[in-house]
Write a protein that binds this ligand. Structure first.
Ligand SMILES: NC(=O)c1ccc[n+]([C@@H]2O[C@H](COP(=O)([O-])OP(=O)(O)OC[C@H]3O[C@@H](n4cnc5c(N)ncnc54)[C@H](OP(=O)(O)O)[C@@H]3O)[C@@H](O)[C@H]2O)c1
Length: 234
């Protein structure tokens, strides 16, 4: 049996990416997690323990990614979870922030796949993170909604181009215990809770379970999975 490859989590220093990295580190897998700052990524990897290690890369600088990923060996699973939220509106449009976000989620993520796909075998898998903001915008989500919508097309194309490597996208709703949303506090979160059938928001654990399913179920490819507690039903 060949040695298993590693699990790469881009955007693994906090939030949902960190939770996925922690899941695989707890299983004893070799995990490579990234953030923009290498030392921060190394510190997070040390906190997770096991066989996790950290690397630094900036998805908004796609031409540098080949060098940043040079030290990554065989890869079994690739999770692309990074985001730089720009809280942008068309009325007060910040072109620089918008360009960074579009570049990192679309061009940067695709360049990571381009670099790492040759290091994956036919059982390998990729999960892209989109988000339900593509269908239900919130104040300031103009570019987040736009790029998360584009992730749907990217997942379809990569599922065809990379086959037999599988590619899927996950689109969470409001993840109430994620750092970004939990910081907004109950007055904001209660509004979203009241828009879900169960009055409960999606949790980080729910998202990790869904990512593991998409990565490991060999019959699932080209799927855009909504993990949103039924947010759009009401
Ligand atoms: N949280 C939610 O409720 C929710 C809902 C729907 C969809 N999503 C999606 O789920 C994913 C994770 O969201 P999250 O809330 O967990 O994110 P988060 O807590 O804001 O973490 C973002 C991660 O991306 C990294 N990152 C930021 N800019 C980067 C860049 N230019 N290049 C490379 N890495 C970069 C950050 O690392 P450093 O800061 O260390 O660089 C961090 O690890 C995102 O794609 C988001 O769109 C989240």
């Amino acid at each position: 049996m060949p040695e298993p490859g590693c699990v790469v989590v881009v955007g693994g220093t906090q939030g949902l990416g960190r939770a996925v990295a922690g899941h695989y580190a707890d299983q004893g897998r070799e995990v490579v997690l990234s953030g923009r700052d290498r030392r921060r990524a190394e510190a997070v990897a040390a906190e997770l323990g096991g066989r996790a290690r950290g690397i630094g890369l900036d998805l908004a600088e796609p031409t540098e990614l080949a060098d940043r990923l040079a030290g990554v060996g065989r890869v079994d699973h690739l999770v692309l979870a990074a985001i730089e939220r720009d809280e942008n509106t068309v009325a007060a449009f910040d072109v620089k922030a918008a360009t960074r976000l579009a570049t990192l989620k679309l061009v940067g993520n695709t360049e990571v796949v381009h670099q790492l796909a040759p290091r994956m075998d036919g059982d390998g898998s990729v999960v892209l993170f989109g988000g339900r903001a593509k269908d239900r915008p919130y104040p300031g989500s103009t570019m987040v909604s736009a790029v998360n919508g584009a992730v749907t097309g990217l997942a379809s194309s990569l599922a065809v181009e990379l086959a037999p490597i599988r590619c899927n996208a996950i689109h969470p709703g409001i993840v109430g215990d994620s750092p970004y949303w939990s910081a907004k506090g109950d007055p904001v979160l209660d509004r979203y809770r009241n828009q879900t059938p169960s009055r409960q928001l999606t949790t980080m654990a729910d998202v990790v379970g869904a990512v593991v399913f998409l990565l490991e179920n060999r019959s699932v490819t080209g799927v855009n999975l909504y993990v949103d507690a039924g947010w759009l039903l009401l």
